[in-house]
Each structure stands twice: as C-alpha cells, then as structure tokens.
Design a protein around this ligand. Structure first.
Ligand SMILES: *[C@@H]1O[C@H](CO)[C@@H](O)[C@H](O)[C@H]1NC(C)=O
Ligand SMILES: *[C@@H]1O[C@H](CO)[C@@H](O)[C@H](O)[C@H]1NC(C)=O
Ligand SMILES: *[C@@H]1O[C@H](CO)[C@@H](O)[C@H](O)[C@H]1NC(C)=O
Ligand SMILES: *[C@@H]1O[C@H](CO)[C@@H](O)[C@H](O)[C@H]1NC(C)=O
Ligand SMILES: *[C@@H]1O[C@H](CO)[C@@H](O)[C@H](O)[C@H]1NC(C)=O
Ligand SMILES: *[C@@H]1O[C@H](CO)[C@@H](O)[C@H](O)[C@H]1NC(C)=O
Ligand SMILES: *[C@@H]1O[C@H](CO)[C@@H](O)[C@H](O)[C@H]1NC(C)=O
Ligand SMILES: *[C@@H]1O[C@H](CO)[C@@H](O)[C@H](O)[C@H]1NC(C)=O
Length: 432
C-alpha cells in the first residue's frame, strides 16, 4: 500500500520521461557532416555539432560522439578532436591511420593544444553552451579524413548508429539524413562555396534516459505565511544517504575531497532531500503594481562546480518581468516555447559559476514582476512556479498542498476533490 501511494504521488507530481520537452519543444543537437573534398580513397569532412537546446548545455567533461562505419572505413587523421581508441591497425604498413575501429568514439581536445592541432570551434574540452544562453558558443567542430570509403556522392555510405554522450547518457540520435549541401562564405565574404555532400544527424535529450532520479528539487516560502515548504523528502532518491557528509564534518578539511571522479559520482552534503541542487523561491514583497521574488540556488555536491548553469522557469507572470537583479534573464516565449517561460543564468565572471558545496556554493537573485490585473493573486499558490529546470533537468516541486497558503483562505470545505484526496493521502502517509 505504501508503495502504491508513493508510486502514485511520483507519477502525479513528477511526470518527466518523454523526449519532447514542453519548455523547449524544438530543442535538439544537430550533427552535420560536410564533405569538403574527395581523396583517392575517401573524403575529408567537417563535422559540426550545433546545440539548438535553449537552456541545456553540455557540461564538463564534455561530449563524446560515436558511430558505426557502414563499410571498412578508417580515420586517417582528425583535427580539433581525437578518437579515444586507435583500434587494430595492424593491416596497415607505413602510414598508420589515427583510428581503425568499426565503432569509433570521438572527443573534443582541451583548450591548451598547439595551434596546428586546432580547428574552428574546437578544443573546448567538449563543453558546448546552450543556444539560449550563448549562441556563439553553442557549436563544436572538427575535421576528419576518412579512408577506404566511397569517393563520390554515389558510392559514399553514411555512418550509422550515432551515439552522443554529453557527458552522461540521455541523448538519442536519429539516422543520418542527406540534406541540401551547406554553403560557406569565403573569408573575404565575397564568394560562396559549397560542400560536396552534407548529411545531418539529430539527437534529442530525455531526462528519463539520463537518470533514474531528479537532480534537483524546489522549496518555497513567502512573506504572507511563515511556513517554509521544504523540498520533498528523498526528492532525488536516498541511495546516497549512507555516504553523505554532514556540513560540519571534519572530513571537509581533507585535501582532495573536492576532486571530481571519473564516473562523476557525487559527494553530497546530508539533507533530507538528498539532491545535488536545491532551488528556493521566496515570494518577498507585495507592492501595488509589482511583486518581488527572491530566487536562491544551492549546490550540495562537494565534487561539482556548475559552470554556465541555467535555470528555466515556467510561471504565468514571467511575461511581465520588469527587472532581474544579479542574474541574466531571457524570455523563452519568442523561441517557440510555451507561454510564460524564461531562463535565468549567471553574469559572466560574477556568478556564472555555481561553486562546489560549502560557503560559496550558492547564487541568488531578485526578480521584480509587474502584476497583470486580470490574473495576479497570492491565493492557492499562484505565486509559485509551475515548472523549474536546473541545467536542463526538471526539478521536483513540493506537494501542492504543502505550499505556503495565504492566511484565512482555503478552509477545508473549499478544497476541491483532488486536493482533498491529496490531503488524505498525506495524512495517511503521516499516520503510518
Ligand atoms: C532541431 O532544432 C532546430 C532549431 O530549433 C529546428 O529548426 C530543427 O527543426 C530541429 N530538428 C529536428 C529534427 O527536430
Ligand atoms: C542540418 O544541420 C544544420 C546545422 O548543423 C542546419 O543549419 C540545417 O538546417 C540542417 N538541415 C536540415 C535539413 O535539417
Ligand atoms: C552528387 O553529385 C552530383 C554532381 O557531381 C550532383 O548532381 C548530385 O545532386 C549529387 N547528389 C547528392 C545526393 O548530393
Ligand atoms: C550501436 O551502438 C551501441 C553503442 O555503441 C551498441 O551497443 C550497439 O550494438 C550498436 N548497434 C548497431 C546496430 O551497431
Ligand atoms: C571549483 O572551482 C574552484 C575555483 O576554480 C577550484 O578551486 C575547485 O577545486 C573546483 N572544485 C571542483 C569540485 O572542481
Ligand atoms: C500567451 O499569454 C497571453 C496572455 O498572457 C495570451 O493572450 C496569448 O494568447 C498566449 N499565447 C499562447 C501562444 O498561448
Ligand atoms: C504583461 O505582458 C504582456 C505581454 O508581454 C503585455 O501585453 C501586458 O501589457 C503586460 N501587462 C502589464 C500589466 O504590464
Ligand atoms: C501557512 O501555510 C500552511 C500550508 O503550508 C497552512 O497549513 C497554514 O495554515 C498557513 N498559515 C496561516 C497563518 O494561514
């Protein structure tokens, strides 16, 4: 019975899963192969990865891109990236290819490589910004020389089974599709050239595939009710509970404690929610024509610095944001997102880095919103967000009936039936 209830509340409150993301319906990562020239045994291609997601970037340690060759192709050389394994090149004499694997995996280079190994938009350690935050850095590219391949657009075979890790799982890539050849402007911008052949691969993200549990949770408070609504207990799963660290533990002064692990395993501060990240939304002030919200983001992972973090929020009043203090704000509605969605991110060199857990592991901002006379109310939790995403992953919100209520409202006989069911459920859980 207990299981049934928690499964039920989980389904009701936290319905992520589909690759389709209502806050970013057209978001995807597109990988484009442009064949620039044919060679005696294959071709030279420029591979460009474009992150068309509005608020989900690829964080350190970066992307890795894999595929399966259709024939016996080899990678003679690569500029601006590298294959993680060379594979078995024993049948080659003299000139040895960079990679002979049937299913190569390619990763970006680090920023400090020599100039002659670089390529336009390469060498960022695989970090790619989201297009909503920094369109100029939402792209990554490398150049590839392929041998034992077709040498014309009739004989070349498209690679298959593309996989994109960024840096964890979550992306699913479709098949490569031949598209109209890309045209390029020459450096003096006076002449257009054209790729000999172009194909695209589109990859989409699903949080359900990426992780079993949410990665963040949301808590609420308000000026009109002293209740602080905490994050739901075990919002992010409690499997790390046995190896979490108390915030006053002596372990915290140990050297190397913060060093990230290869598998990205977190080291979390002990909390009842066990989330790496908490977002707090405080309804702070009520003015005649405006109201003010304070937003705070706290990092509870001792092994993670979030560079270029993003916070996407859906709230009906975000169409009337008047001023945002100490964060950047961008409305996402013009980009085809559903109504009343916006994205916050840090100011460059000021708070665009959300530091590891500890005294500096938080960032905050205040937002001034203009009341829309027709819809604005403090009743029934209206002032709290409908959806919150941190770094592109949806955060778990508190149970609707635990929201801070406006005093002298909502006596029990005004509760709707679904609300009543929730209250009964919570009571029955509490009685257990
Ligand atoms: C990928 O995203 C771009 C930009 O939003 C969009 O134009 C394109 O149609 C998308 N591709 C697919 C296959 O969804
Ligand atoms: C192929 O991808 C590029 C970006 O990498 C994009 O500009 C272009 O529109 C895509 N073409 C199609 C047909 O999806
Ligand atoms: C292949 O190349 C020929 C010209 O060399 C061109 O007419 C044709 O459209 C190309 N086909 C594709 C699929 O790019
Ligand atoms: C596609 O790639 C994945 C991961 O590299 C691999 O497990 C799978 O067997 C591949 N499928 C095919 C048809 O090559
Ligand atoms: C986070 O960044 C700071 C400053 O760059 C660095 O000292 C610290 O080691 C980093 N922590 C982690 C977990 O990477
Ligand atoms: C967005 O909201 C405004 C009012 O808040 C409404 O008039 C408009 O039709 C909405 N647009 C869409 C696409 O839902
Ligand atoms: C709220 O925003 C909408 C759309 O941006 C605008 O038409 C409307 O006038 C605004 N309302 C107020 C009270 O500013
Ligand atoms: C504050 O909100 C809680 C619900 O979270 C409610 O139980 C309580 O009655 C409210 N306080 C007042 C003074 O109305």
């Amino acid at each position: 019975m207990r299981f049934v209830i928690s499964a039920f509340t989980f389904l009701v409150l936290f319905s992520y899963g589909a690759a389709y993301d209502p806050l970013d319906p057209n978001g995807n990562i597109t990988i484009k192969w442009d064949i620039m020239s044919w060679t005696p045994d294959g071709y030279v291609a420029v591979v460009t990865m474009h992150n068309y997601q509005l608020f989900r970037h690829i964080i350190s340690p970066g992307w890795s891109l894999g595929w399966t060759w259709a024939k016996k192709e080899v990678m003679w050389s690569i500029v601006g990236a590298q294959a993680t394994e060379q594979g078995d090149c024993s049948k080659f004499k003299g000139n040895i290819p960079h990679c002979c694997k049937k299913t190569p995996t390619v990763v970006d280079l680090l920023p400090n490589v020599p100039y002659n190994q670089q390529f336009t938009n390469c060498c960022k350690g695989g970090v790619v910004s989201s297009s909503g935050q920094d369109p100029a850095n939402a792209v990554s590219a490398f150049q590839l020389s392929v041998g034992l391949a077709g040498t014309s657009n009739k004989t070349v075979k498209l690679p298959k089974n593309f996989t994109l890790l960024g840096p964890g799982p979550g992306y699913t890539c479709g098949p490569a599709k031949i598209v109209p050849s890309t045209s390029f402007l020459t450096p003096d911008r006076r002449r257009k050239t054209q790729a000999l052949m172009t194909w695209n691969v589109t990859c989409t993200y699903s949080q359900f595939l990426a992780r079993k549990n949410p990665n963040c949770c949301v808590s609420f408070s308000s000026f009109y009710n002293e209740t602080i609504t905490p994050c739901p207990t075990c919002a992010c799963g409690c499997q790390n509970r046995n190896n979490c660290v108390q915030s006053d533990s002596k372990i915290l002064s140990m050297v190397g404690l913060n060093t990230p692990r290869k598998d990205n395993a977190p080291l979390l501060q002990c909390t009842h929610h066990m989330c790496p990240v908490r977002v707090h939304w405080h309804v702070k002030v009520n003015y005649r024509d405006y109201w003010r919200v304070k937003i705070a983001i706290t990092n509870f992972n001792y092994r993670m610095n979030y560079s270029l973090w993003t916070l996407a929020v859906q709230h009906p009043n975000l169409n009337n944001v008047t001023q945002v203090f100490s964060f950047d704000y961008k409305s996402l509605v013009p980009y085809g997102s559903i109504n009343d969605t916006g994205m916050f991110h840090g100011l460059k060199y000021y708070n665009d880095l959300l530091m590891e857990a500890g005294p500096h592991g938080n960032v905050q901002s205040e937002v001034l919103l203009q009341k829309d006379k027709n819809t604005f109310t403090f009743k029934q939790g209206w002032a709290f967000p409908r959806k919150v995403y941190f770094n592109g992953d949806e955060c778990m919100l508190p149970l609707p009936d635990t929201y801070p209520f406006l005093p002298n409202l909502a006596p029990p006989n005004q509760l709707s039936i679904p609300t009543l069911i929730f209250v009964l459920l919570i009571l029955s859980i509490a009685i257990w």
